[in-house]
Design a protein around this ligand. Structure first.
Ligand SMILES: Nc1nc2c(ncn2[C@@H]2O[C@H](COP(=O)(O)OP(=O)(O)O)[C@@H](O)[C@H]2O)c(=O)[nH]1
Ligand SMILES: [Mg+2]
Ligand SMILES: [Zn+2]
Length: 259
């Protein structure tokens, strides 16, 4: 089954349906674990995860954003940190959230897609990238998608057979040099069951510090001589990031869903 991001060669039929004749090999796939435990491919050829977090309505939750960023890191793809709804949040919140992720080294942008603010900056950042919008429901993903020019669903993929029909709708906006996908339900990236060491490598500010821990297999949870906890105490690592780290480990695979 083709997924958003696939390159398909199609034949237009008389009744305006298209027949997919061939799919190009995929450079990469993004998968998530479905409720029944099976892996589900949600998109192909994506090189950038655009995380969308509202500054209000719904309130931002660092653990969700940090989980998505860790996911991108572990997948070896880029990540963009986009905040929305600045008009509904105190300016202090905006500065704090933007500042935290910018300091970590992430490309970070505050946009108001409803009123069209800073959309052109976002467009520039998305050039030459194959991106996927992700974030919980209501944060403004589809509003961003439309503000950038994305329109109707690119296609409704149906599979007939076995007496069943499965339909998935995703929207893909294609532009020169890349694409952007807005797909309902793709916020559910699980990290699977992940070891502390692997997770710490997915947190940019922890990655370089972990070698300073007394124990080489330190989980950074309670061991003495932990360089990570030391950095939290001295203010070098933001407490909210460390709280996310703990939360992701505690949640485990069963709850490693974003939405
Ligand atoms: N005030 C305000 N509303 C926004 C902003 N971005 C999106 N919205 C509104 O938030 C609601 C949810 O947006 P939507 O794009 O459907 O979110 P999605 O579920 O992430 O796709 C809509 O009513 C949008 O108009 C923003 O920056 N400011
Ligand atoms: Mg939407
Ligand atoms: Zn440690």
């Amino acid at each position: 089954m083709p997924v958003p991001g696939d390159v398909a060669y199609v034949r237009l039929l008389d009744d305006e349906q298209v027949l997919i004749e061939r799919l190009d090999p995929r450079h990469s796939t993004l998968t998530r674990r479905a409720a029944d435990g099976r892996e589900k491919t949600i998109a192909a050829n994506v090189d950038t995860l655009v995380t969308v977090t509202a500054l209000a309505h719904p309130p931002p939750r660092a653990a969700i954003l940090d989980r998505l960023l860790a996911f991108a890191e572990l997948e070896g793809i880029g990540a963009l940190v986009v905040f929305t709804k600045p008009d509904l949040a105190p300016a202090d919140d905006l500065r704090r959230w933007h500042g935290l992720y910018a300091r970590l080294g992430y490309q970070t942008l505050v946009v108001d897609p409803k009123h069209g603010e800073h959309i052109e900056e976002l467009r520039a950042m998305l050039q030459e990238h194959n991106s996927l919008l992700c974030g919980v429901s209501g944060v403004g993903k589809s509003t961003i998608f439309r503000a950038l020019g994305g329109k109707a669903a690119v296609g409704e993929l149906s599979r007939h057979g076995l007496g069943r029909q499965t339909t998935t709708t995703a929207r893909l906006y294609r532009f020169e040099g890349g694409f952007l996908i807005d797909s309902p339900g793709v916020a559910e990236f699980g990290l699977g069951s992940i070891a502390p060491r692997e997770l710490a490598q997915a947190f940019l500010e922890m990655e370089g510090r972990a070698h300073g821990c007394r124990f080489s297999d330190c989980t950074h949870l309670q061991e003495p001589g932990c360089a990570i906890r030391g950095a939290v105490e001295s203010g070098e690592i933001d407490p909210s990031r460390y709280a996310s780290y703990r939360q992701i480990l505690r949640a485990g695979p069963a709850h490693a869903m974003v939405q």
